[in-house]
Write a protein that binds this ligand. Structure first.
Ligand code: ZN
Ligand code: ZN
Length: 401
């Protein structure tokens, strides 16, 4: 066994739910395929950073893939999201995550412009050079986009303009350091200009006529500065690929120079085609040593406080796992953090993890879940232990001399 398939179910971990008489969604779910992997595998609990620390998905993935401490490597969400849109970044580029929003009479009416289907048509009119800074707008899915700033000596010490609220005015971007003052002025001028251009754009005229929220404003957050890191292949000498539906994870795959495999129907949403992703993973194993599959919706149900939805989605994932049943590769399943439905946000609780494949020290666990995995043979491990253990089990770990 020389290959591995690594499945991350985002925000998988949870806390006891009253809907399931104290069981978690994963414990309450009927998961025959995961359970059979558990029966012939070894389980444990995994903390992405350290027990009790709550992480966003970005930093959690840096820890899990061994780019640790994440503070040293994480370039900020804007950069990762920009890479996820397919943008090609240069050293020292600045990037923001962008939401197209609806602003009326100076106040935010909708932070997602009615979840407009695409903002691709805005790329061209909103990409321009202003006072020595090049602004490049790249569209993502629905209302999402990235804004790249290119120029000399730009700083990423820039605040968010997105207040994360409706009914209030968008904030101005503020310089968080003296070195960012000059560019901040130009950036705010750009944002104002964008508002004018968008108000006159034919798409918004049509949306206005149809009484749909106009996508007439850009809200920025997560400024970061691009710098290259050692690629996944160089770091682990594994040929890796990434199968993900959401921009952030595709962007992370790109950041560590993994091959991105696009799958039709992999939306990153609740209706995503998990089976198609697993089938693509099976095919990818022919060409890659390490296939990473990311599934987002478990986290979305957690944020929505919907334990039944989370349980049902986990069951859908389990059904789809059938296609990987006969695949001869090390299989690892975990989450990047917990997103308890009772909190509707991430928590510092650890997450179940399972390893299944030749050579693992099979333990007594029989069901994939928080309680059961706490009794598992791996006990408690950290995010940064996962890839080394994968290397160990597929026989590709170096001996330390
Ligand atoms: Zn996450
Ligand atoms: Zn989340």
């Amino acid at each position: 066994m020389t290959k591995a398939i690594f499945i991350i179910l985002d925000g998988l971990g949870d806390r006891p739910c009253k809907e399931f008489r104290g069981k978690t969604p994963l414990e309450a779910a009927s998961t025959p395929n995961m359970d059979s992997l558990v029966k012939e595998g070894v389980c444990g609990m995994q903390s992405p950073l350290s027990l009790g620390f709550t992480l966003e998905s970005g930093p959690a993935h840096f820890e899990i893939f061994g780019y640790t401490p994440f503070k040293k490597f994480y370039p900020g969400r804007g950069i990762i999201e920009a890479l996820g849109t397919g943008a090609k970044l240069r050293e020292k580029d600045i990037a923001f995550r962008v939401n197209f929003a609806t602003v009326k009479n100076g106040k935010i009416k909708d932070r997602r412009a009615g979840r407009i289907k695409s903002v691709k048509s805005f790329e061209k009119p909103l990409s321009m050079k202003l006072k020595g800074i090049e602004f490049i707008l790249k569209s993502g899915t629905e209302h999402r986009a990235a804004l790249i700033m290119r120029g000399s000596n730009l700083s990423d010490k820039l605040s968010n303009s997105d207040p994360h609220k409706i009914g209030v005015a968008p904030k101005k971007v503020k310089a968080l350091g003296k070195e960012a003052e000059f560019e901040t002025e130009i950036l705010n001028e750009y944002i104002k200009k964008v508002h004018q251009i968008l108000n006159k754009h034919r798409i918004n005229k049509t949306r206005k006529r149809k009484k749909l929220p106009e996508a007439n404003y850009i809200l920025l957050r997560g400024a970061g500065k691009f710098k290259e890191v050692q690629s996944f292949k160089e770091k682990y000498r594994l040929k890796g690929c990434c199968i993900a539906g959401t921009g952030l994870y595709k962007g992370f795959g790109k950041f560590i120079d993994m091959k991105l495999i696009n799958v039709k129907g992999a939306t990153g949403g609740k209706t995503t085609n998990v089976k198609a992703k697993f089938m693509a993973a099976k095919r990818a194993l022919k060409r890659y040593d390490f296939v990473w599959v990311h599934v987002k919706a478990t986290d979305l149900y957690g944020h929505d406080g919907d334990p039944v939805g989370k349980k049902n989605f986990i069951e859908k994932v389990d059904e789809a796992l059938e296609v990987l049943k006969k695949v001869k590769a090390l299989k690892v399943i975990t989450g990047d953090h917990s997103t308890p439905c009772s909190l509707k946000e991430h928590s510092g609780d650890d997450v179940p993890i399972l390893f299944n494949g030749k050579g693992v020290r099979v333990d007594d666990c029989v069901k994939f879940g928080e309680r059961e995995c706490s009794e598992g043979g791996l006990q408690r491990i950290y995010g940064k232990n996962i890839i080394p253990e994968i290397l160990n089990l597929i026989g590709k770990q170096d001996i330390i001399e």
